[in-house]
Each structure stands twice: as C-alpha cells, then as structure tokens.
Design a protein around this ligand. Structure first.
Ligand code: ZN
Length: 391
C-alpha cells in the first residue's frame, strides 16, 4: 500500500469538537489555531441566527461544527473523519480574495476494497476499508481570516457565521463555503498537474477515473499526459462520467451540460485550484461545487449537498439513508442551532492533546471573482514534504 502525505508543519495543541447529532459519519474538527487567533479569536461579535457565539472564534467553532454535523449526516463511515481547521490571512484585495483552501491530507492506494493502482482520499479509504489506515488528519482546511479583520478586504465584507443561509449585504456564507471545502477533502478533487497533465505520483485518483473528454472520446486514465493537459483546458468538452449522473438527473439542468452529460470546469488557460475539481460555472441551476461563490450563488446546504452527493457516491462513498443523488430534500439535515435529534450541536468539551497542526494540502481554493494562486502555493509547499511509506 502506498500512502502519500501532503502534510505540513505542526502548530499548537488542538481542540477537538465532537458532534452531538446522530450521524452516519462522525466528522471531528481539530482546532489548529494558536490561542488568541483564528478559531480562538476573542474579538467580541454579536450572536447571529443559529449561532450563539459571542466572539469571532466562538462563532467560527460553532459554524464549522455545524458543517461537520451536516456533512456527517450525508455519508456513512465507521471511521471518524478528522478535519484540521485553521484560519490565516490569505490573499485578499478590495475586489477579489481567496476565501479558503482545502483538500485531503493524504492519498492512499491499494488498500482492501480499492481499485488497484488508484489513489483515494484518506477519509474515503478509511470508510471503504472499514478501519483507520493512517493516524493523520484526513482533511486540512484553511479559511481566510482577513475577511473579518480587514476593512479593505472585499470592500469590507465579513464572513457570516449564521446557520440560516441568509448573509446580510455582501457578507460571505461561511457554512456553505466550508461545506464546499470539506467535500473536496472527501475526494471531490483532481490531483493531476494541470500544466503537464501528469498524474500525482503517476497514479490516477478515483475522481480522475470518472473524467471523460468528449473530444478524445475516452476517460483520463486512457489519455497520455499531453492529452490530459490539453483536456484540462478543453472547455465545454470535459464531463463527469460517473454512473450516478443519469439522463434523468442531467435533464434537470439547462446550462453546463452536453447532451445528457454534465460539464466540469475546464477553462482555457487552466486555472490552478479551480479547473477540473469543480462543476462548470455554467451549470444552471447552480450547484454547491462550482468554483466561484458568485457563480454558484447562495446554494442552501440545509437542503443537502446536491450533485456533490452523486460524485461522492461514484467515487465510493456510501450515502446515508434518505440521502439521494442529487441530495436536495433536506432529509436528516441537522436543524440550525441544534441537531436533527435535538441533542444539541457542537460540544467543545473534548480535547485531543498532542495533536499536530497540519495545514494546507491539495484540492480546492474557493475564490470570489478571480482564480486562486494560493492553492498552487499550498500544493507546492505541501509537495516538498511529500512522504512515501509502506504500510
Ligand atoms: Zn472548490
């Protein structure tokens, strides 16, 4: 078995949030921030809908805990999914910003239940194999703290940590953004070098198995690197070829499809951090996994994760009972400010000592109004720390 790590350095002791809701997967949040910053930011802030936190840090913890509950209600895993979350000052200008970056911390191949010679995100590999393959966090997610701290960032817009999908003015919906990011970490991600077309460590990921180029008439594993690089920018001709997207489903969309196939985002030139790992921004109606906030609109994740459930099912996740493809009826979604069973939402009482503070990783950078160079930087930084170990 090959395990590849996208890990970076250690930051501080870690607070673990355990979700109180009855879930199909227990998504555990590790607080990777130092005291006084990020998830521990003591700046006072008035409570908002469904989020009683009275500081910026408390609201962030409540909101990410809610996202963990929500996403954990959509999928099944006997192995807890560990997500390390940090807030940092990412790039932010008056008109565009990197909102967040996230991805699997590690990719794993050739474990019990896997396709041979195919990489899987660690959380998915754990779920398929039924046991924890690596003790590392499964997912790393980083969010832009500058939104809350700087008035010149996106014209003064802040994160909105309410749970009611109703951000005021130009404020950004943290819950939907964080849900988007964590879904990347579950395996909604390509790891191909978009410039060279080379697979990460020369193996396709399970996500890439289902990418089809209509011009070449075949899927990415059947293309050589040069062809894949061309395909990555073959706008309008790259589609998701997973079995769950049936004509019955694709017919619901009036934009972003070719015949009965749904397009992936493949602009020319490629946009690192955005290309291929998202639906085409032409998708109509909008979907959660489009690359830009402005393109996907205010998708309300309280109704479910939409087409993302289809992709997760195709790559190997078992969807929780009541969760369909697409996931759009809200079945079993935790109630705002609490949980589906009324037992309360986040419980910040459990600590994990000695946890490490990995951050970065590959995957997505979700931007507003611009491509996302930060993603490339994170991936490169992480790649220098790649580790291969036999398990
Ligand atoms: Zn994304």
């Amino acid at each position: 078995m090959i395990t590849d790590s996208l890990r970076r350095g250690c930051v501080a002791a870690c607070l673990v949030l355990t979700a109180g809701a009855v879930q199909a997967a227990d998504i555990v949040i590790i607080n990777g921030d130092n005291s006084g910053e990020g998830l521990n930011d003591p700046t006072p802030r008035a409570p908002v809908s469904g989020n009683p936190g009275e500081t910026v840090g408390a609201q962030r913890l409540n909101a990410i805990g809610y996202v963990a509950d929500l996403l954990g209600s959509r999928i099944v895993s006997d192995v807890p999914i560990v997500v390390e979350v940090t807030f940092s000052n990412l790039r932010c200008r008056s008109t565009n910003a990197d909102l967040a970056a996230a991805g699997p911390d590690r990719l794993v191949s050739d474990f019990p239940g896997s396709r041979p010679g195919v990489f899987y995100a660690l959380a998915l590999a754990n779920a398929i194999s039924g046991g924890r393959i690596e003790s590392a966090p499964d997912i790393s997610a980083e969010f832009n703290a500058a939104l809350d701290a700087q008035d010149n960032c996106l014209g003064g817009a802040d994160w909105y940590y309410g749970l009611d999908n109703n951000p005021p003015g130009d404020d950004l919906n943290f819950v939907s953004t964080a849900t988007h990011e964590l879904i990347h970490g579950l395996g909604f991600s390509s790891f191909v070098d978009l410039q060279s077309g080379e697979f990460f460590m020369n193996l396709p990921s399970i996500y890439e198995v289902f990418i089809r180029d209509l011009s070449f008439g075949t899927t990415w594993p059947n293309l050589n690197s040069n062809q894949r690089a061309a395909s990555a920018a073959n706008d309008g001709n790259v589609i998701w070829d997973g079995p769950s997207i049936t004509p019955q489903i694709s017919n619901r969309f009036s934009g972003g499809r070719v015949g009965s196939d749904l397009q992936l985002y493949a602009p020319s030139p490629v946009e690192p951090g955005s290309s291929i790992s998202h639906w085409d921004d032409a998708l109509t109606p909008n979907a959660l996994m489009e690359p830009f906030v402005d393109a996907r609109g205010d998708v309300d994740v309280r109704n479910g994760i939409g087409l993302a459930a289809c992709v997760l099912a195709d790559v190997g996740w078992t969807l929780n009972g009541g969760v369909g493809c697409p996931d759009d009826n809200g079945a079993g979604i935790p109630a705002p400010g609490g949980s589906a069973d009324g037992s309360g939402n986040t419980d910040a009482g459990d600590f994990m000592s000695g946890g490490d503070g990995d951050e970065g990783g590959g995957g997505c950078s979700l931007g507003r109004g611009a491509p996302d160079p930060i993603w490339l930087l994170l991936l490169l930084a992480a790649a220098w720390r790649l580790r291969r170990s036999a398990v």
